[in-house]
Design a protein around this ligand. Sequence first.
Ligand code: MG
Length: 250
Amino acid sequence: MPIVLKSPAEIERMATAGALLTEVMDQVAAAVRPGVTTAELDRIAREGILERGAKPAFLGLYGFPASVCASPNEVVVHGIPGEKPLREGDIISIDAGLFYQGYAADMARTFPVGRISEEAARLIRVTEESFWKGFEAARPDARLGDVSYAIQRHVEDAGFWVVREFVGHGIGRQMHEDPQVPNFGRPGVGPKLRPGMTLAIEPMVTLFTAPVVVLDDGWTASSGRGNLAAHYENTVAITESGPRLLTGRR
Ligand code: MG
């Protein structure tokens, strides 16, 4: 499929969708603590999305049964919210998406549950930093590979592993559009970035090298026992003056 370029007016609409999703993610963040269930976090997100006149984008997407993906500890992505309470020392990745007036926003964060290990905290920090490296590389006339490479280099310099099995994506009227946005790659290759492209840039990082395996529920993508995973995602527009953040804040 060709990459769909958005007009400045469409990017404004996506920014509105993104601002709403950021508010919802703030509500979820405020509820993360030992003892809370991921089903409760999902409920908070769903109600937050609906209260804002938006539609949960993940509910029913390819048959997914909830409004957020809730991926604890070694789960990389696509964890299904459930009734098991989070425990002190866990980390929990929440990926949420919504549609507002026909445009999608997509965003993920990994939160500490109470006090976490130094290693887990560093994993979360490096994953966020790698997003910003990719963000800064997402300039008009750069190549997509420049974004991928910037993320990978930062993660690997820190001694962690970039997940290969899942990648970022274009986003707009659809939650998933072309191009794919890998978190690994070579500079100077791939599609040229142009004003009007809108991308979900989403590094997924694990402590060490391991294949990511989808569990029997058909969704939960796990990097294996003891291999913590973190995720940081924002929706980003390429504009004439550089990358523009449509979800989250600096
Ligand atoms: Mg995404």
